[in-house]
Every structure is written in structure tokens, then in C-alpha cells.
Design a binder for this molecule. Structure first.
Ligand code: ATP
Ligand code: MG
Length: 636
């Protein structure tokens, strides 16, 4: 079937389309209705059906593939590795579920998981899924403040944690932050379950803190049957990255999510049972939930769980893992590839990556030079995916499982089945034509797998996402897009990343695209800074491939001129940044997203606000230093 026809089917006959996709998973009790759309924008999928994510990902494969690998763990930090077959994973999940039950966790209770990338984190997620507890995974690198707000919001009965993780060769201790978070939170969990890796100090609070290894020893033979859940029961809550403001607690269901992920493995990722899927995301992010933990196993594949960074102990480590585990499909982020681009291209060829069929990238715009560099380096198709924590799976991509469609550089692709994507004029709310810029929106009902609501806050769900265009109930992604005549959609940046220079509206993303086209630039970020004369001016922060260039005044000036000329050529002189500031690194969230608002605040001398999601606060100091008046700036 043609992709367009497949998409049209999914929109014109939602019930028929999703009834067919629902056969990809096991239903303990069949659903009565495919879709209950009587209270828009809330959508309830597979109403009355009973199923279970853990059963579908693990138990269902036992007859056919009990001894095949299910979870492959590699810590390139500690040198540890472990492979669990489906049978072993099943055992471990039942042990973890029994521990949780012994600590009083019941169906509907929340469990906060604050863990490094270790197998026990995956056991804990599946144990929750098995017994109908709602997990809320909080990224292990978050400090006490962010963790406290999430504990308070979720009000968990149990927190599962560990002594620490490791990143870039340095131990990251967890327990002090956790204790502080619980002290700050108005809600107190009854218990804290601790995995002791022997990496960091692990003080215990008597009565509250319990030891995983000890409890597991007593429950080695535990049998914990699956709790069958109505399709619309909450499976988990997860916070967005918080790039643009207060993080939102996205809540997802059980049945719709299972069907959506299983369908995406068939149509978008083309994964085959018995193969290995490697997604580099942390389990604390949505990609980790969907494409590390749940989707590969739903498809009968093994998933590779990696504790480590792309450059430690060397910048070829990802490809070494691909070779060792004969990885078929890989999922990463443009930011990881841009980091690798700063290193030797030959590292891509040192390992045998012939098992790899496709590399998927998501999370940030994929710029053309990076796309070219990695496509040529690996020699396999690189497929961009555009989606959000809110949607759980791709909104825009290509679906080679439906029809092989060529990709187009700079575009993630076309609307995926189930998503009625419309580009709307931000002022009038009318649909824009090909070649015209509009806000990417989705006509409800949102397809299965998307958020049901924001945890405990239906009103915020409706007003935040569906209240942006008068007289229209549409879901706003808060991203700009443009569609070409063939239906390929390009993402132009976030709706709040547009700057206004002397009356000209400029997308910061477009200026970034132009700058990154210059071979000396590894990464860059452009922000709009208040200016008395022009309203706003663009300031560009660039990370150079060769940082020493910035140290020699003559070389630096020549480079700045060359960069400005590049922007002139690409976009015209009106888009010229007022200043180009070389910096050693850009401030990013822990999921690798550039914090443009924080940079902007620094430029305008404002308080950058909550910095808890920043990967490396030292980067801010470097930016402050680079902005200092003594620093010579080039005026456009
Ligand atoms: P918050 O909503 O709290 O500000 P966030 O939007 O960064 O945080 P995520 O849900 O992790 O949180 O990110 C989704 C956003 O990332 C998208 O809305 C889009 O701006 C960007 N994005 C994701 N994938 C792509 C892609 N392939 N191309 C361009 N942009 C992308
Ligand atoms: Mg967002």
C-alpha cells in the first residue's frame, strides 16, 4: 500500500485501522469499542479490553524464544555486562514484582524509579507494568530539587534507587540527592528500595530503606501472575524535558501504548524478532521508555541497555557495541552524532557495523551536514523522527514497513498514520499551503500511545495543548513547520524561538542551519537578545571543531567574517548575527537539548531560573566569561 493511502485509511477509518493494528498484541479480554471520542479532546482507545505491557513484552515470547537474549546490558563505565534471556528477564521481573508487593505496592500505586542505566531499572519498570503500579522514572542525573517536585507530584508508595551511576568515568552518587529530595517533599514514600553497586556511599534510613539484594535472595522462586488491566488504566507518568518551561507530567495508558509501539516496530522501525535494537537514550526520557524498554521486546527483539557516553572510553564505543552485539537497528540523537563529528571520522570505520540496517535519530533538528556526515560514514540509511514526550512515538517520519519512501535531507518525513497533522497560521488559525510556514498541530483524537492527560491536571492538559487557536480544538506541538509540494514536512524550530530584528521575523533554527554548514563549526545555538535599537538581535554561540582557533585573535576574526559571510549567502544580511561568540560547549538538558532560554537570559543579564535540568552547569560559567565586556565582539 502507498504511504499516503495507508495514512488516509488511518484517518478516514480510525476504528477499522486501529482494530487491525490491535491484533499485534495479546488481549486477555477483547475490547468493546476501538475508540471512545465522546469527550474531546480526551480519547479512550480499546475501551473495555484487558491487556498488560509486561505480558506482551516478556511472557508472550516464552514459548518461542525463552532462551534468546531479551535484555543485553553493557556498562562501558564500570566494564560490567550481563545478558538476560526472555526466561531470565521473566524471573527477575517476577522477583522485583514480589519485592514490591512485599513492600505494600498495589495496583494503581505509584513507584518512582530514580536509577542509573542498570538492568534492575528495567526490572523495576516491568514489575510495575506487571502488577498495575504506575511508574514514574526520573532521570538519574536530576538533582534533589527536580526529584523532590516529581516525588511530590506522583506521591509514590515506593522509590527504587541505587547508590550511584557513572558517567564519563566519574561516579555519580544518588543517595544524598534522594534523601534530600524526600526531606524537601511534602509526600513521604513508605519505602526506598536500594540497589547497591558498590560505587558510592549508601547510608540507610532504618525502617524506610530496604536492600534489593537481600529481599531478592528470599524471593528467588517468586511467581507473580500478571494483573490484567483495562486498556485505559495509567501505565506511567513521565515529565517532558523542560526545555521551554515547567515540566509537564505526561500520563500514558496501557493498551493504546502497547498497540502504538507494536505498530511502530512493524511500520517505522522494521524490527524483526530475534534481532537486537540499540537505543542510546537514558530510560529517564521518552525514547528510553518507548525504544529502550518496551517496543523492542514487544516485537520479540533484544534491547541493548548502555550505561555510558558516546565518547568514553573512546569515540568509537557505540560502533564497538554495534559490532559486539550485531545490532540491527540503532536509535540515537543528533546531539550525540554532532559530538562524534568533533572526533576522527576514521573511528566510524574501525568496527564492523555491517549488521546495522538503519540509524534513527530524534530529539532535535537534524541538520544537513550532520545527516550527510553520518550517512556517508556508516553507509546505511539515516532516518529522522520527529515526535515529543507527549506523543510517545513518531509524528513525522518515513514508514519503510508500509512503503519504501526516499528521505529528504532536512525533513523528518511525512505525517505518520494516525496523526491528522495540519500546519496552521499562528494568527488566523487557517491551514497554510505548501511552502508556507505554520504551527504543527494535530486534529484530535490523538492516536493510541499519545498522552491521555497531564497527571492529576486535566484542565492544564486541555488549556496547554488545545487552547491555542480560538474556535478550534487542535493539539499544538509548539513547533513551526513547512510542507513541500510532495508532503515532506520540515521542522523550523519552536514557536518561541522566533526573533524579531527590526521588524523581520527570523527563525533561530534557520540561522543555526546556515552556521553549521561551515566546516569549522561543530555545534551552534542562536538566540534573540533584547536590543534597544532593533528590538532584538541574533547572537550566535559556536562550538568550534578546533577550539584553538578562538584563542588567536587573527584566526578568530577571519573565522567570524567567514561565518557571517556564510549566513549572508544562505539567508541574506538581515539574518546576520550581531555577535558570534565561540564557546567550549553549549548548555544542554540531560537529554541533549540546547537550553536557548538559559543562554538568552545570560545575554540579557537576567536570572536564568531553574537550572536543575542542565547537564553541566560549568558551561554557563564559560558562557558568562565569553560574554564579558573585555571579550572582543564582531559587530555586524
Ligand atoms: P518541554 O516541552 O518541557 O519544553 P521538550 O519539548 O524539550 O520540553 P521533549 O518532549 O523531549 O521535551 O522534546 C520534544 C521536542 O523536541 C519537539 O517538540 C521538537 O521541538 C524537538 N524535536 C524532537 N525531535 C525532533 C526532530 N526530529 N526534528 C526537529 N525537532 C525535534
Ligand atoms: Mg515540548
Amino acid at each position: 500500500m502507498k504511504l499516503q493511502d495507508f495514512h488516509a485509511w488511518s484517518i478516514n477509518d480510525r476504528e477499522g485501522f486501529w482494530r487491525e493494528q490491535a491484533t499485534l498484541i495479546h488481549w486477555h479480554k477483547p475490547f468493546e469499542r476501538v475508540l471512545d471520542d465522546t469527550r474531546p479532546p480526551f480519547a479512550r482507545w480499546f475501551v473495555g479490553g484487558e491487556t498488560n505491557l509486561c505480558y506482551n513484552a516478556i511472557d508472550r515470547h516464552l514459548p518461542a524464544r525463552a532462551d534468546q537474549p531479551a535484555l543485553i546490558w553493557e556498562s562501558t563505565e564500570t566494564g560490567q555486562a550481563r545478558t538476560c534471556s526472555f526466561r531470565e528477564l521473566h524471573r527477575e521481573v517476577m522477583r522485583m514484582a514480589a519485592i514490591m508487593q512485599s513492600l505494600g505496592v498495589r495496583r494503581g500505586d505509584r513507584v518512582v524509579i530514580y536509577m542509573p542505566m542498570i538492568p534492575e531499572a528495567v526490572f523495576a519498570m516491568y514489575a510495575c507494568a506487571r502488577i498495575g503500579a504506575v511508574h514514574s522514572v526520573v532521570f538519574g542525573g536530576f538533582a534533589a530539587h527536580s526529584l523532590a517536585s516529581r516525588i511530590e507530584d506522583a506521591a509514590p508508595r515506593l522509590v527504587v534507587s541505587a547508590d550511584g551511576g557513572s558517567r564519563g568515568g566519574k561516579v555519580v552518587p544518588y543517595k544524598a540527592a534522594l534523601d534530600e529530595a524526600i526531606a524537601r517533599s511534602a509526600h513521604k514514600p513508605a519505602h526506598v528500595l536500594l540497589v547497591d553497586r558498590g560505587l558510592a556511599p549508601l547510608p540507610r534510613v532504618p525502617g524506610r530503606d530496604v536492600d534489593y539484594a537481600t529481599l531478592r535472595e528470599g524471593l528467588l522462586d517468586a511467581e507473580v501472575p500478571v494483573t490484567w488491566l483495562e486498556s485505559n488504566s495509567p501505565a506511567y507518568t513521565l515529565y517532558t524535558s523542560g526545555t521551554t518551561g515547567r515540566p509537564k507530567g505526561v500520563q500514558r495508558d496501557v493498551g493504546g501504548y502497547a498497540v502504538a509501539l507494536a505498530a511502530s516496530m512493524k511500520y517505522i522501525y522494521c524490527g524483526k524478532a530475534g534481532e537486537t535494537f540499540f537505543s542510546g537514550s537514558d530510560i529517564g526520557w521518552v525514547v528510553g521508555h518507548s525504544y529502550v524498554v518496551y517496543a523492542p521486546l514487544l516485537a520479540g527483539m533484544a534491547t541493548l541497555l548502555h550505561e555510558g557516553t558516546p565518547v568514553h572510553p573512546h569515540a568509537g564505543i557505540l560502533w564497538e557495541l554495534v559490532e559486539r552485539h550485531r545490532v540491527s537497528l540503532m536509535f540515537s540523537a543528533p546531539t550525540a552524532i554532532r559530538i562524534l563529528r568533533k572526533h576522527d571520522h576514521a573511528l566510524l570505520r574501525r568496527h564492523d557495523t555491517s549488521s546495522l540496517r538503519t540509524l534513527f535519530l530524534a530529539g532535535e533538528p537534524l541538520d544537513e551536514p550532520t545527516a550527510r556526515w553520518i550517512t556517508e560514514g556508516l553507509g546505511v540509511p539515516v532516518i529522522d523522527n520527529y515526535w515529543q514526550t507527549e506523543t510517545g512515538w513518531p509524528i513525522l517520519s518515513v514508514a519503510h514497513g508500509v512503503e519504501p519512501t526516499p528521505t529528504r535531507l532536512g525533513s523528518p518525513g511525512m505525517p505518520m498514520y494516525g496523526y491528522d497533522v495540519r500546519l496552521l497560521d499562528i494568527e488566523t488559525g487557517r491551514e497554510v499551503g505548501p511552502g508556507e510556514k505554520g504551527v504543527v498541530t494535530i486534529r484530535p483524537p490523538l492516536p493510541p500511545g499519545c498522552l491521555q492527560t497531564l497527571w492529576g491536571d486535566d484542565a492544564r492538559f486541555v488549556s496547554t495543548y488545545f487552547g491555542n487557536f480560538p474556535d478550534q480544538l487542535v493539539y499544538s506541538t509548539f513547533d513551526w513547520g513547512i510542507r513541500d509540494a510532495d508532503g515532506y514536512t520540515f521542522i523550523l524550530g519552536r514557536t518561541d524561538d522566533v526573533i524579531n530584528v527590526a521588524g523581520h521575523r527570523l527563525g533561530t533554527r534557520e540561522i543555526e542551519e546556515a552556521l553549521i554548514g561551515h566546516p569549522a563549526v561543530a555545534e551552534c545555538s542562536v538566540v534573540g537578545v533584547a536590543d534597544a535599537l532593533k528590538g532584538q538581535v541574533a547572537v550566535a554561540f559556536v562550538v568550534l571543531r578546533d577550539a584553538s582557533l578562538a584563542l588567536r585573535a587573527d584566526a578568530r576574526q577571519a573565522l567570524e567574517q567567514a561565518l557571517l559571510a556564510t549566513v549572508d549567502r544562505g539567508l541574506g544580511a538581515v539574518a546576520r548575527p550581531a555577535r558570534i561568540v565561540p564557546v567550549p560547549a553549549l548548555p544542554k538538558t540531560r537529554s541533549g537539548k540546547i537550553l536557548r532560554r538559559t543562554i538568552q537570559a545570560l545575554c540579557e543579564g537576567r536570572d536564568p531560573g531553574d537550572l536543575s535540568t542542565i547537564e553541566d552547569p560549568a558551561v554557563l560559567e564559560a558562557i558568562r566569561g565569553a560574554l564579558a565586556p573585555a571579550d572582543k565582539a564582531v559587530q555586524a
